[in-house]
Design a protein around this ligand. Structure first.
Ligand code: UN1
Length: 495
């Protein structure tokens, strides 16, 4: 009998009232059940929100530096458990151990950064227009944050959202992805151990359609942060409008790497291999389009195909593996469907394009790293997010066409240009429509203290990471202190 894991509500670990469970399976060996997790319903969400509301009364009064000290301790515990956390994460979602270690490290970095923000949480202070009067503003907590997180960064993204929300003095109800509930459980255990009080952090497992949806419509939830597809993000935003919640959406991407004719091609090759096939292409920031200058087009494609043939695909726990499995069956089906679409649209499949089912791959969701060449901007392959190991390559005649192709897309998360020409590099920084631009670096590699997010349909203007996330999770209180001892009328007595 696989181990049963529980929700964490109001300081207690408990099952869902429904008594039903979701299986968490290893994508590299899908017969292996890692654990059973409660299939929660509206009832559990309501209970968690009520607990969060009660706990908020005292948590909001804990000084921010003290809240920061708790998060610092959580970071220290993550450091001690880094290896175990990484191994469990590889087992539940597949990516290779080097990457799951990186994912945990991103959580640690986020904890230490949050701890430091506890001693800043800056706001604006400005002079008064009147004598003997002082104007200040402070950051106050908002209330209850409902956090809905994806499976591709099972520790980093729950940390990106949970830790700043807590630091700002909010209580949290976390709904992790059904594919990665174990890492979220570990995170909550760590937060409890670090001293987050009962009711301040709550964990409710279950599907987005029920648990996520209830958080979004619950009248007593003040803030929603969601990372996932644009389609669901739009539905969340519309629904959350009914209760005027503050909503942060981190959605789809179709990130491109541009390689100009003057680029260091070996460097650009390392970049695209990492960007397109790291995390098996399952990052919001993954390189999904490669825009090659015509002068190096054929040469670079040859280099790319040669290098891909040396990429070992396998169980992420095996040190030889460079690319792990795809997260689940439905994701494999999505990838397959896009390969079919690409062929039907007339793109040229130059490597991969099939599931791996031999020996070491036979009981997992493995897919061969895949490249389509001669992709045209009007093709679905060029426009739509796939979230798998599929790269679409287009030929461009010059820099201006590279920028135009890049921007011909509804998304705008990450972008990259490889060139040795400093003028072109700066133009790209200015003109690529994306929230993030890398110069001579892959489209992936964000750091937790820098703003993370995209333009166009990648989001709704908020950022995760960096300073802006602390603005998102706090409310401004403006304060006027009049010490003149008489009525002073602004805009009147001084003119
Ligand atoms: C994501 O894919 O949603 O820059 C997050 C990166 C990582 C974070 C990715 N540090 O790719």
């Amino acid at each position: 009998m696989p181990q049963q894991y529980l929700n964490y509500i109001d300081g207690e670990w408990k099952p869902a009232a429904s008594g039903s469970w979701n299986e968490n399976r290893n994508p590299a060996h899908w017969n292996e059940i890692i654990g059973l997790f409660p299939k929660s319903g509206v009832e559990e969400v309501d209970e968690a929100v009520a607990a969060a509301r009660e706990a908020y009364k005292s948590w909001r009064l804990v000084p921010a530096p003290e809240r920061g000290a708790i998060l610092k301790k959580a970071g220290d515990i993550m450091v001690e458990r880094k290896e175990d956390l990484a191994r469990d994460m590889t087992r539940e979602m597949g990516k290779v151990l080097a990457e799951t270690r990186g994912d945990v490290q991103e959580g640690i970095d986020t904890a230490y950064y949050a701890a430091v923000e506890g001693r800043r949480l800056f706001s604006h202070t400005a002079p008064s227009e009147l004598r003997n009067k002082m104007n200040l503003s402070f950051r106050m907590p908002i209330g209850i944050a409902g956090l809905i997180t994806p499976w591709n960064f099972p520790m980093a993204i729950p940390c990106w959202k949970t830790l700043p929300a807590l630091l700002c003095g909010n209580s949290v109800v976390l709904k992790p992805a059904s594919d990665t509930p174990l890492t979220a459980t570990h995170l909550v255990e760590i937060l409890i151990e670090a001293g987050v009080p009962k009711g301040v952090i709550n964990l409710v497992h279950g599907g987005g359609g029920v648990v996520g949806n209830r958080l979004v419509e619950h009248p007593d939830v003040d803030v929603i942060s969601f990372t996932g597809s644009s389609e669901i993000g739009k539905a969340i935003n519309a629904k959350a409008g009914a209760t005027l919640k503050r909503v942060s959406l981190e959605l789809g991407g179709k990130n491109a790497q541009i390689v100009m004719e003057d680029a260091d091609l070996e460097l650009a090759l390392d970049g695209v291999l990492w960007g397109a096939f790291g995390t098996t292409g399952q990052r919001c920031t993954a390189t999904s389009r490669l825009l090659l200058h015509q002068a190096i087009y054929d040469q670079f494609l040859d280099m790319l195909v040669g290098a891909i043939k040396c990429l070992t695909v396998g169980d992420g726990l095996d040190p030889k593996s460079k690319v792990g499995p795809v997260v689940n069956k439905s994701q494999i089906e999505t990838v397959e469907s896009y390969v079919k679409i690409g062929k039907a649209e007339g793109a040229r499949l130059i490597v991969g394009g099939h599931q791996l089912t031999d020996g070491a791959h036979k009981d997992g969701w493995f897919y061969a790293p895949t490249v389509f060449a001669d992709v045209q901007p009007k093709m679905r392959l060029f426009q739509e997010e796939i979230f798998g190991p599929v790269l679409s390559v287009a030929k461009v005649k010059d820099f201006d066409q590279a920028v135009a192709y890049h921007n011909d897309c509804i998304y705008g998360l990450s972008s990259s240009i490889y060139t040795r020409d400093v003028n072109r590099a700066f133009r790209a920084v200015r003109d690529l429509e994306a929230g993030i631009t890398y110069v001579n670096g892959a489209t992936i590699g964000a750091e937790c203290h820098m703003p993370f997010g995209g333009v166009k349909q990648t989001g709704n203007g908020h950022r995760e990471g960096g300073w802006p996330v602390y603005e998102f999770y706090s409310e401004i209180k403006t304060v006027y202190i009049d010490f003149s001892g008489k009525l002073q009328r602004a805009q009147i007595d001084n003119y």
